[in-house]
Design a protein around this ligand. Structure first.
Ligand SMILES: Cc1cc2nc3c(=O)[nH]c(=O)nc-3n(C[C@H](O)[C@H](O)[C@H](O)COP(=O)(O)O)c2cc1C
Length: 232
């Protein structure tokens, strides 16, 4: 059940849009070490928002609604709403597994039963899979790259809302995301892309992770000449 209410959701969405200097300040405020994966965006909202679960758990109807609302707050130049979210749960995941296996078989014609079974199992990794696709308006004045960015923001907002409710979530693509036949199964045309399969309700304890980047490696300050390191 979403506990944070509208104000917390707004803060959550605002996080994804923080400009660099405020992001760095916010990181400092939460005492972020960034050397290991012990810091995550939801730290900003503690204690109202729990740490993501290390338990596999299906999202409730309310949790899904909160995730979709978060995605609806993604920044969107020109109000084009250039994204689509396709939710796959329950037995529909088995149908997705078949699509993934068929895609794998096309790319690997000599694939054996074991490899195909592994592909099918991928669709059962999580109780909910959200296919995030672009829905670009190529005739619009807004550059397509900006529309793709908006779709990425919608995907990340959805993930942050999942985290905020103690749900693990993981963003994957893989070769299947670029397979026209896979896209066609979801009525995604050749001009659009699958930008992510977001696995929601997973156990995040064993998920692949990486050390956090150190902010001074990417944060710069510009004062009129060449940009310099923003923080020491
Ligand atoms: C567009 C996009 C596609 C990704 N695809 C994959 C993928 O197919 N497989 C994977 O292991 N990680 C993928 N990742 C990275 C993971 O979502 C995750 O960020 C990474 O494993 C680091 O984990 P961490 O953010 O918890 O440190 C993708 C990320 C993005 C933004």
């Amino acid at each position: 059940m979403w506990q944070g209410g509208e104000p917390a959701l707004r803060r959550l969405v605002a996080l994804a849009q923080l400009p660099g200097d405020r992001y760095v300040a916010a990181e400092k405020a939460v005492g972020c070490s960034r050397t290991v994966n012990e810091w995550k965006p939801w730290s900003f909202f503690a204690p109202a928002i729990p740490h993501p679960s290390s338990v596999r758990r299906p999202p409730s109807k309310e949790a899904i609604e909160a995730m979709l609302e978060a995605a609806a707050h993604a920044p969107d130049h020109g109000r084009l709403q250039p994204w689509r979210l396709i939710l796959i749960e329950g037995d529909a995941r088995r149908a997705l597994g078949e699509i993934l296996a068929e895609s794998f078989a096309r790319r690997n014609p000599v694939a054996g039963d074991e490899a195909l079974a592994r592909e099918r199992e991928k669709a059962l990794r999580a109780p909910l899979i959200v296919v995030v696709a672009t829905r670009c308006d190529r005739a619009a004045k807004i550059p397509v790259v900006e529309q793709f960015i908006a779709a990425g923001c919608a995907a990340h907002a959805l993930m942050l809302a999942a985290f905020a409710q103690g749900l693990g979530a993981f963003w994957r693509t893989g070769e299947a995301a670029y397979d026209e036949a896979v896209k066609a199964a979801f009525d995604i045309g050749s001009d659009d892309r699958i930008i992510g399969f977001i696995y929601v309700g997973i156990d995040t304890a064993g998920a692949p992770s990486r050390p956090r980047p150190v902010v001074h490696e990417f944060a710069q300050r510009w004062t009129g000449a060449s940009p310099q390191q923003a923080i020491s």
